[in-house]
Design a protein. Structure first.
Length: 117
């Protein structure tokens, strides 16, 4: 049972990293446009992240309640997703979001705001 769980986690990580490389430019462009058009923040960047990083970030988030964390964890566990972290800044700090992109279309399907400073 333990080895099956480990295999599932490794498979999710590999899928996410592989898909992320394919979607880098499209996700970068989409997130940059989103920040510019929908916030008063300044775009700071996007980078591909592993499943483990996304999971840990969500679990440790103080911005999300239990229900939101549970939903976010479901979202990153879906098959065929690419995971990224989007960063933007504002006058007093930084905001971080886990970006969940469809690995086939490279469109962002979910933005999970997990950290604000």
């Amino acid at each position: 049972m333990k080895s099956l769980l480990l295999f599932a986690i490794v498979a999710l990580s590999f899928n996410s990293v592989f898909a992320a490389g394919k979607c880098d430019k499209q996700v970068l462009s989409a997130y940059k446009n989103y920040v510019k058009k929908n916030t008063s923040n300044e775009f700071d960047g996007v980078q591909a992240v592993s499943y483990e990083y996304a999971e840990q970030s969500i679990q440790e988030s103080q911005e999300l309640n239990k229900r939101q964390k549970a939903q976010a964890l479901k979202d990153i566990r879906k098959p065929d997703v690419a995971l990224y972290e989007g960063r933007s800044s504002y006058m007093s700090g930084t905001g971080l979001e886990i970006l969940v992109a469809n690995a086939k279309t490279c469109q962002i399907s979910k933005m999970i705001f997990w950290y604000a400073e």
